[in-house]
Ligand binder design. Structure first.
Ligand code: BYC
Length: 315
């Protein structure tokens, strides 16, 4: 019998839907691609706090303000779980943040768009968190254990976020004509960028084939985008809002909703740093990091003193 290589054994485990854990052998390229995706995901969570943080002081009621604060805090928590999952692959959180700040790692394109009215909080919850759920539920079955487990709790929280966004839009849509118009305008602006969140079309997605073979990804970008459209079109009807795409129609033969062409030039421009808010998001992130350095220093110093005291006590 010919002995299997480590790589073949690894692929057998993946094919049998077994989980890969941090101490297991894994191909270097698998580790690298996971670090890339998990880091990008973590960065998206913390950069994603900015567009919504923008409305905390201007929420229309105390109830809305408390809910929005809780949501933004949840995003910080998601970032923490994800940086911790990345750390199990042997990379430090500091290192990942340095790569983000140097523009060498990405975050989701969606957070480079501005939040200009209160209705944007509704559209982000409904569409952006809705897209996030469709993309992330399959990651609960990702082959890498720590990433899959982090995603279970994240998805539960995203589900709450999506409903609160839907509720904001439902209230506005059934309010005064001006409120309805504000809700419609927000949906018009967030619809196409939400479809872009799923990544480039399958024939222009260089990482998909390998990530699917490794079961990091369970569905292709286009498959998930289609699921999102199918889920969202009926919800728009309940909201009494329209989606800004005249080509949306039920395709009987395909058993799903057909939709119009996505402007991929806009997507690739945003990825290159040319979206409406790329510069502002990075500038804000780097400034917050620099201004927060004293907190990290104090926490490190406290941890060192506590550890020294424990050691003294043991001596
Ligand atoms: N934005 O080969 P592909 C949230 C990049 S947080 C920017 O298809 P892959 C939330 C891609 O990285 C939502 N870049 O890549 C938070 C690659 O470039 P590199 C974040 C994108 O990895 C707060 C290149 O394009 N969710 O929901 O197989 C408040 C080619 O793409 C994007 C996640 O991160 C994009 N949209 O598939 C509210 C989910 N799309 O790295 C909500 C986890 C693609 O080779 N990530 N690129 O230089 C994934 O599922 C996958 O990474 C993607 C892309 C489907 C996004």
């Amino acid at each position: 019998m010919v002995a299997m290589t480590q790589e073949q054994e690894f692929q057998e485990l993946v094919d049998a839907d077994q989980r890969i854990e941090p101490r297991d052998w894994m191909p270097e390229a698998y580790r690298k691609t996971l670090i890339r995706q998990i880091a990008q995901h973590a960065h998206s969570e913390i950069i994603g706090m900015q567009p919504e943080g923008n409305w905390i002081t201007r929420a229309p009621s105390l109830r809305r303000k408390a809910i929005l604060m809780a949501k933004v805090q949840d995003e910080a928590g998601h970032g923490l779980y994800l940086y911790s999952a990345a750390e199990t692959l042997g990379v430090g959180r500091d290192e990942l943040l340095d790569l983000l700040h140097a523009g060498r790692q990405k975050y989701s394109s969606i957070f480079n768009y501005p939040t200009v009215t209160w209705a944007d909080m509704g559209a982000i919850g409904w569409l952006v968190d809705g897209a996030a759920i469709v993309n992330q539920v399959p990651i609960t079955r990702c082959s890498y254990g720590p990433y899959a487990r982090a995603m279970v709790r994240i998805c539960k929280e995203e589900s709450f976020h999506q409903r609160q966004g839907f509720e904001i839009l439902h209230t506005l849509s059934h309010g005064t004509p001006a409120q309805h118009e504000m809700a419609q305008d927000a949906v018009n602006r967030w619809w196409w960028p939400s479809l872009m969140m799923f990544g480039p079309p399958d024939d222009q997605s260089p990482n998909s084939a390998q990530s699917m073979a490794w079961k990091i990804k369970r569905f292709s970008n286009d498959e998930l985008r289609q699921k999102f459209v199918d889920m969202t079109v009926p919800q728009a009807e309940v909201l009494g809002l329209t989606l800004p795409d005249p080509e949306i129609r039920w395709d009987e033969a395909a058993g799903n909703y057909a939709f119009g062409d996505i402007d991929w030039t806009e997507f690739f421009e945003v990825l290159k740093g040319n979206g409406p808010c790329n510069a502002a998001r990075m500038e804000h992130r780097v400034r917050a990091h620099v201004e927060g350095s004293w907190v990290r220093e104090a926490a490190t110093s406290y941890a060192e003193k506590t550890a020294a005291r424990v050691q003294e006590g043991a001596a």
